[in-house]
Design a protein around this ligand. Structure first.
Ligand code: TXA
Ligand code: MG
Length: 348
């Protein structure tokens, strides 16, 4: 398949006419959002949605998020919008909060993987919003990576994974949040965070009071039948082995330096993802900085890009300094721990 590229400047959104036309015709279009790039298709067209799964190599029991451009697009998709849901919409949309709500018959089973709920969000990105408006339909979009790979935060990451598999890649530059949206289940019982993201538990609590973390996020173990089906798959992983190390930072640096030295002796290439504050603990040219510990949103913006860069550098071992699970740090550590698949060293 021929993949067409279009660089779109925020000052000229008329450039989106052709990609929007492609969505109308049931084709696949990758586009930027404030979190990560999405791989979009008409959410109401079961055949179009099926081709998303094919292009990504995504297991078909993993439902998609439906993206809308204004709240009037929500009503036909869901059976009920409760007062708490309304408060969340007023506080966080457009933005990185996905709400899981009971679906209507309008939403095809392909989009929700047969569930009776649908995940919906309004992205905070002018290109995403205009693409939805111009195509005139809600757009189902998972992250635009091949299944299991790190989510793309730049158009070139999408090209790496999707060139030749989709119709269009809309290049709108780098994504500012860098990790995927928070998924909050409002469909049943106590509001439950199924996936941590840009909107933190503290922020949600301020608006609706009680909110809980899904069991799988507390135990760190995958559960057999998770409420968010996507959470059971290996995720976000670069090709090299990710090893997360937590504890007092001098000890962490000593442990990583020792292990990386052993790797080098064994002929393996190692890279260290460290906080800017700790770069001086490591030999030159062994590190990539994910940002300052006092600004965990920098680690969110950078982490997936650094995973891909580690791959391009041919790293077989990727050591990552853990960050505190406060605020957006919870989402960053969720992604890092999933990429590490159990390789977690605790030094205190
Ligand atoms: O930031 C984002 O959310 C990005 C951008 C493109 O919007 N999208 C994204 O989609 O991360 P995806 O497909 O990579 O992740 C969707 C997550 C999965 O964990 C999936 O299981 C969950 O949302 N999900 C979707 N529908 C659901 C539902 N009805 N009930 C529970 N979980 C659902
Ligand atoms: Mg994804």
């Amino acid at each position: 398949m021929e993949t067409k590229y279009k660089k779109v400047a925020l000052s000229d959104l008329t450039e989106l006419a052709q990609p929007a036309e492609a969505i109308k015709q049931g084709k696949l279009v990758a586009f930027p959002t404030e979190t990560v790039y999405g791989l979009g298709a008409n959410a109401l067209d079961g055949d179009a949605v099926r081709s998303i799964f094919k292009a990504k190599g995504r297991p078909n029991d993993n439902p998609l998020i439906v993206h809308i451009a204004d709240t009037s697009m929500l009503e036909p998709l869901v059976t009920e919008i409760t007062p708490d849901t309304k408060k969340l919409i007023a506080a966080f949309w457009p933005g990185p909060l996905t709400l899981v709500l009971k679906k209507t018959l309008l939403v095809p089973d392909e989009t929700t993987a047969g569930l009776d709920s649908v995940a919906v969000r309004m992205p905070d990105h002018p290109i995403a919003l205009e693409l939805i408006r111009k195509s005139g339909v809600p757009i189902a979009a998972p992250s635009a990576n091949r299944s299991g790979r790190p989510s793309p935060t730049m158009a070139e990451h999408v090209a790496e994974d999707m060139h030749g598999r989709i119709s269009w890649i809309v290049d709108g530059g780098s994504c500012k949040v860098g990790v995927e949206s928070t998924v909050l289940d409002m469909s049943d019982g106590i509001p439950t965070i199924l996936r941590p993201g840009g909107i933190t538990p503290e922020m949600i609590e301020k608006v609706i009071g009680r909110v809980q973390l899904d069991r799988s996020l507390i135990t760190g173990k995958s559960v057999e039948k998770p409420r968010s089906p996507g959470m059971k798959y290996t995720h976000y992983a670069p090709r090299g082995d990710v090893i997360v190390v937590s504890g007092e930072h001098i000890k962490v640096a000593q442990w990583i330096n020792h292990s990386a030295e052993e790797d080098r002796k064994a002929g393996l290439k190692a890279v260290i993802l460290s906080a800017t504050e700790h770069l001086s603990h490591y030999p030159e040219n062994t590190t990539l900085s994910y940002g300052s510990l006092s600004h965990p949103e920098e680690a969110a913006t950078n982490i997936f890009r650094l995973f891909r860069q580690s791959d391009r550098n041919g790293a077989q071992k990727i050591y990552v300094e853990a960050i505190p699970k406060d605020g957006i740090g919870l989402a960053v550590m969720d992604r890092i721990e999933k990429a590490a698949a159990g390789r977690f060293i605790r030094l205190d």
